[in-house]
Write a protein that binds this ligand. Structure first.
Ligand code: SF4
Length: 330
C-alpha cells in the first residue's frame, strides 16, 4: 500500500509539513518516493530522455552572487565572450550529432544581447534544431520579446531560493525582480524553466518546502534542483556542500507533484557523488545537458566550481543507458 503522504502528493493534496517529511525521507520511505517518481515519469514520458547541448557564451556577469565564481567581484577570473560565429559553429556541431535542443547559457551579461540577436535567426534558418533555450538572467520584457521573435522558444530563470531574505543576502538583489521576469517570460509565451539550489548556508528545510510550493505556483514547463557546491574565490567557499539525498528528494517530489514537466539530472550531482546523475534519473529526472562550450573557455565558466563535472556526450549516453532509458537524439 502506498504511503499516505506520497498518496497526498500524487493527488495534489499535500501540505507544507508533509513536504518537509518527504524531504527528510530516507530508507523505505525514500525508496517508495523514488519508485512513485519513476512511475510518474514513465506514465508521461515513457523511457524518453531529452538531451540538451549547452554552449556557455560568456562568463562576464553584472551580478555578485555569493555562491558563484562568475560574480563580478572575482577579479581572479579571466573573462571571455563568444562571437556569433563561434556560437553558430558550436550549434552546428550539436545539430550534426542529432541533438534537438540547443541551450545557450551565460553570466548576466547584457553585452551578449546583440550577439544572441544576431545568431538566433541564423540557427533557426540554417539548422534543424527544434528547441532553443536561453538562460541569460534578468532582462527587460522588451528584450525577452526580441529573443522570442528571433526564434528562442524557452527560457530558464531559476529562483534559487523562495526565501526573500536569503535571496537578497546571497544574490544582492530582490527576489521580486526575478519573479517579475518569470511572469514576463510566461506572458510572452516562452516555455519557462525555474528551480532552486538545495543546501545553501542558512537555508532551512521548511524553506526548501516553500521552494517546492513556489515551483507549483509558477506552473513552469521545466524545473530543476541542484545541490549547493562551495566555489573557490567566493564568500561561501568554506561552507559544506548541499545534502545529496535532499536534492534527490526535492527532484522526486517535483516529479510526482508537477507530473509532465522536464527535470534535469544536473552535473553537480555527479560532482558530489560518482554515478550521481544515474541516481537523478532513478529519482524521476528526464533531461541531461551535454557541455559543448569550446574547451579553451569551458574551464573559465565556474558556475559552481573550478573542478566542476563536465558532461560529455559519451557520459550522458552511458548514464541514460545505465538508468534503462533512451535518448531523444535523432
Ligand atoms: Fe552571475 Fe548567475 Fe553567477 Fe549570479 S549565479 S554571479 S547571476 S552567473
Amino acid at each position: 500500500m502506498t504511503n499516505k503522504i506520497i498518496e497526498n502528493l500524487k493527488f495534489g493534496k499535500i501540505n507544507k509539513s508533509e513536504i518537509v517529511q518527504l524531504l527528510k525521507a530516507r530508507g523505505s520511505l525514500q525508496k517508495e518516493l523514488f519508485e512513485q517518481a519513476k512511475q510518474t515519469r514513465q506514465e508521461f514520458f515513457g523511457n524518453k530522455v531529452f538531451v540538451r547541448g549547452v554552449i556557455e557564451i560568456s562568463n562576464y556577469c553584472r551580478k555578485n552572487c555569493d555562491y558563484c565564481a562568475i560574480r563580478y567581484s572575482n577579479k581572479k577570473l579571466e573573462r571571455y565572450r563568444l562571437t556569433p560565429e563561434e556560437i553558430f559553429s558550436v550549434a552546428k556541431q550539436i545539430n550534426a550529432l542529432g541533438i534537438q535542443t540547443l541551450f545557450i547559457q551565460s553570466g548576466e551579461d547584457p553585452n551578449t544581447d546583440k550577439i544572441v540577436e544576431e545568431v538566433l535567426p541564423k540557427i533557426k534558418q540554417e539548422l534543424k534544431i527544434n528547441n532553443i533555450i536561453l538562460c541569460l538572467g534578468n532582462r527587460s520584457k522588451e528584450q525577452y520579446k526580441k529573443f522570442k521573435e528571433l526564434g528562442a522558444n524557452a527560457y530558464i530563470l531559476k529562483f534559487e531560493t523562495s526565501d526573500s531574505i536569503l535571496f537578497q543576502k546571497i544574490r544582492h538583489e530582490p527576489l521580486e525582480q526575478r519573479l517579475q521576469c518569470l511572469k514576463w517570460l510566461k506572458e510572452l509565451g516562452f516555455e519557462v524553466g525555474t528551480g532552486n539550489i538545495t543546501g545553501l548556508p542558512e537555508q532551512t528545510i521548511e524553506s526548501i518546502a516553500e521552494d517546492v510550493l513556489l515551483a507549483k505556483k509558477l506552473n513552469t514547463e521545466f524545473v530543476s534542483t541542484a545541490p549547493f557546491v562551495p566555489n573557490e574565490n567566493t564568500p561561501l567557499k568554506k561552507e559544506p556542500h548541499g545534502d545529496f539525498d535532499l536534492t534527490l528528494n526535492t527532484l522526486a517530489i517535483w516529479r510526482i507533484m508537477l507530473k509532465n514537466v522536464l527535470i534535469p539530472t544536473v552535473s553537480a550531482l555527479e560532482k558530489i557523488k560518482k554515478g550521481g546523475q544515474i541516481l537523478g534519473f532513478n529519482a524521476g529526472a528526464n533531461v541531461i545537458t551535454v557541455n559543448f562550450t569550446p574547451s579553451q573557455y569551458r574551464k573559465k565558466y565556474l558556475i559552481y566550481s573550478k573542478k566542476r563535472f563536465v558532461v560529455t556526450l559519451n557520459h550522458a549516453l552511458k548514464t541514460i543507458k545505465s538508468a534503462g532509458l533512451s535518448p531523444d537524439i535523432e
